[in-house]
Write a protein that binds this ligand. Structure first.
Ligand code: PLP
Length: 445
């Protein structure tokens, strides 16, 4: 414990503007000092089970010496150098080589960023670049889904399908069109007689492409499992149908696997569940388990090819100072090695089943409308009436706060409580999540 009191830290913290800020939401922040495994320790002596792995990203858990050592060793050797064309460094070479074909066959080229929002901006720019190189410069629009979250750069903000992220930042960036998401519990699109939710949501994508004009649409973007939008697991038929639609209308498929990548759902990458392959893959977060700021996109061989034959005036003028950061890439490499050694996707599958089964026992509470999940990514949707399914975000917030007082961290996303613990979690810690959440629910009835 440090010699300052928690109250002093909170006072001093007022010099910082926090992400996703409102004074009410930061009135009494937890001051985290240390983490170990799935546990966080605050300066005022609380011990909290982090059921969210930070922000869905600390897959390897806290306090991993191997990752600290990878950062230290690389920083001593070379922390950073420019990675702009004309220069490269060994960790970025090795990590891009490791990632070639790792997520999906035919995605063999990686462009590095520092996080998920940058990855999605890079994906949009790369889609535009591709169509210009193919002689179709009018293709620039992006079809996204209502409820999606793609980050907070200006483009990613307006790709995001959650209004509250737009309210104070308009006018909207041109070219983002939103359609219904394949939400089996509460579908907000048009369902024709005999249609499944997957078919109806896929049809919404095709109708949007036709409405906008396929000659204006560059790409479709989707999180395979929506996170911030409420942990929405799509029905089986949705993504195969959407892939066909994209092919039919020459629209690139961007998979935003910023949350679902690197084992979270029980596969290394989540579109694998439905046998579908994207043209561009956005990743970030768990590539380093949050130990360093790293993200990127992977592009298909066909997209890469258009860059190789470009005129000098058509150079890919896109890149960040920290693209291919040597230390971050070294941490990514080490993190991948340890996730492979412990077979994290199969851990997520097995322990995810245990978590989901446990959470399902809570449906006996009158306000638990739905419990869903895939791998170690689960959501508990809170409603005021199970018949009408009326969302109850206020009750979700009460349960969240009560659970936190009992040493369990979840995340209220709308009226759903999200769970996405470290994949390094153990069985008894999974059971502890269910136990503490159940006790919190008992505490609010
Ligand atoms: C699906 C998805 N895409 C993109 C992002 C943005 O990533 P970052 O916050 O690293 O910019 C997030 C962040 O939670 C996300 O969940």
């Amino acid at each position: 414990m440090t010699n300052q009191t928690a109250t002093n830290w909170i006072e001093q913290d007022k010099k910082q503007l926090h992400p996703i800020y409102h004074p009410k939401s930061h009135a009494n922040p937890l001051v985290i000092e240390r983490g170990e495994g799935v546990w966080l320790y605050t300066t005022d002596g609380q011990k909290i089970l982090d059921g969210m792995a930070g922000l869905w990203n600390v897959n390897a858990g806290y306090g991993r010496e191997e990752l600290a050592k990878a950062a230290y060793d690389q920083m001593k050797e070379l922390a950073f150098t420019s990675n702009f064309a004309g220069m490269t460094n060994l960790p970025s070479i090795k990590l891009a080589d490791k990632l070639a074909g790792f997520a999906y066959e035919g995605l063999n080229t990686t462009f590095f960023t520092s996080g998920g929002s940058e990855s999605n901006d890079s994906a949009f720019k790369t889609a535009r670049y591709y169509w210009k190189r193919k002689g179709k410069p009018t293709k620039y629009k992006v079809i996204a889904r209502r409820g999606s979250y793609h980050g907070v750069t200006l483009a990613a903000t307006f790709a995001t399908g959650l209004e509250k992220y737009h309210t104070m930042f308009g006018p909207a960036v041109d070219g983002f069109v939103h359609v219904a998401a394949p939400n089996p519990y509460r579908f907000d699109g048009e369902l024709k007689p005999g249609e499944t939710v997957g078919q109806a949501a896929a049809r919404a994508v095709e109708e949007a492409i036709l409405r906008e004009g396929a000659d204006t649409v560059a790409a479709f973007i989707a999180e395979p499992v929506m996170g911030v939008g409420g942990v929405i697991v799509p029905p089986e038929d949705y993504f195969p149908l959407v892939r066909e639609i994209c092919n039919r209308h020459e629209v690139l498929f961007i998979a935003d696997e910023v949350i679902t990548g690197f084992g979270r759902t029980g596969e290394w990458f989540a579109l694998k569940h439905w046998g579908v392959k994207p043209d561009i893959l956005s990743f970030a977060k768990a590539i380093t388990s949050g130990y360093a700021q790293l993200g990127g996109i992977q592009i298909s061989d066909e997209i890469r090819e258009t860059m190789e034959s470009a005129a000098e005036s058509e150079a890919y003028m896109h890149g960040y100072t920290y693209s291919g950061h040597a230390m971050a890439c070294a941490v990514g490499l080490r993190n991948l090695a340890l996730m492979e050694a412990d077979n994290y996707p199969s851990r997520a599958k097995e322990l995810g089943r245990r978590l989901l089964d446990g959470l399902k026992t809570l449906t006996e509470f009158p306000f638990v409308g739905d419990v869903r999940g895939i791998g170690l990514l689960c959501g508990v949707e809170i409603v005021s009436n199970k018949e009408t399914k009326s969302p109850d975000p206020a009750m979700a917030m009460r349960i969240f706060k009560t659970a936190q007082e009992r040493g369990l961290r979840s995340r209220p996303v709308g009226n759903t409580l999200a769970f996405s613990p470290p994949l390094a979690i153990h069985e008894e810690e999974v059971d502890e999540i269910v136990k503490r959440l159940g006790a919190a629910m008992d505490g609010v009835v």
